[in-house]
Design a protein around this ligand. Structure first.
Ligand code: CP
Ligand code: NVA
Length: 306
């Protein structure tokens, strides 16, 4: 059966750390595994907009010798009502993996059940696991390690927060999440992350106070207040989220050498100030770059080359 990557939880802790090691090696030597996926093809389907994910997958696959085929849903019969299952069955006859960015996690799961090749979650409303790989790679290269470090996410308890909770817990980190009341991460994810943390020496703390969550943090992370698909809630959300903005004041509560992360795209002046995102503690551009290396590592692993 094909191995899929629909959730961070599809990797065990050891596999996660092995992938990060490979991502580091790929970053240090861009010619590593050049051509290793020669003759392979990967379909990349985007039902939502993307800059980083699309370009980093296309470039990374090309560097490894594979042919990326990027498709907007409207380019496919999917946009005219063909089911995701039938799309998966057919694409499996042509390509070696399918990468999908979509709304519901169920859609990814349905695709994975029907496909006979690996399926990768390139973001759903529930998780953004490829992002979490690059996030941990960035934290580790900046802080020199993961276990025992405090990783704080402030803002919406969304897809990025979910994947970060699971990934941080697997890496033995102290993961704190602070959201406005009513915007907490899904309890099932928090529960699973806590369960994982209890086996790795990490911990998970979810609450509503951004200041106590930021206190002494080694990495401070945020994301947009309204994700793709929630645009109509943006005005309403902008009333309750300002206390969760990463500004100099919140950053001042973190550890003196703390780094700042954001998956991007950023809404400057909302969840993060210009001063912080452009400041000396910001690791966001390295974080965006690491999408390339982390996803190359993932694809090598899923396609059985490493
Ligand atoms: N962080 C991220 O996934 O960016 P894109 O939406 O541009 O792919
Ligand atoms: N939470 C954001 C992440 C974008 C990369 C969204 O889903 O729109």
């Amino acid at each position: 059966m094909a191995r899929h990557f629909l959730s961070v939880d599809d990797l065990d802790a050891e596999e996660l750390l092995d992938l990060l090691d490979l991502a580091d090696r790929l970053k240090a030597d861009r010619s590593l595994y050049r051509g290793a996926l020669d003759g392979r093809s990967v379909a990349l389907i985007f039902e939502k907009a993307s800059t980083r994910t699309r370009v980093s997958f296309e470039v990374g696959l090309a560097q490894l010798g594979a042919q990326p085929i990027a498709l907007a849903a409207g380019d496919l019969q999917l946009g005219r009502g063909e089911t995701i299952e039938d799309t998966g069955r057919v694409l499996s006859r042509y390509v070696d993996a399918v990468v999908l960015r979509t709304f519901e996690q169920d859609r990814l799961e349905a695709l994975a059940r029907a496909a006979s090749v690996p399926v990768v979650n390139a973001l759903s409303d529930f998780e953004h696991p490829c992002q979490a790989l690059a996030d941990l790679q960035t934290v580790r290269e900046r802080l020199g390690g993961l276990a025992g470090r405090v990783l704080t996410f402030v803002g919406d308890g969304n897809n990025v927060a979910h994947s970060l909770l699971l990934a941080g817990a697997k890496a033995g980190m102290i993961v704190r999440v602070a959201t406005p009341p009513g915007f907490e991460p899904i309890p099932l994810v928090v529960q699973r992350a806590s369960e994982i943390a209890s086996t790795t020496g990490g911990s998970v703390e979810v609450g509503n106070d951004p200041k106590s969550a930021a206190l002494g943090a080694h990495a401070l992370y945020t994301d947009v207040w309204a994700s793709m698909g929630q645009e109509e809630e943006a005005d309403e959300r902008s009333l309750v989220f300002p206390a969760y903005r990463i500004d100099e004041e919140l950053l001042g509560l973190a550890a003196p050498d703390a780094i700042v992360l954001h998956c991007l795209p950023a809404h400057r002046g909302q969840e993060i100030t210009d001063e912080v995102i452009d400041g000396p503690r910001s690791a966001v551009w390295d974080q965006a770059e690491n999408r390339l290396h982390a996803q190359k590592a993932l694809m090598l692993s899923l396609l059985g080359v490493d």
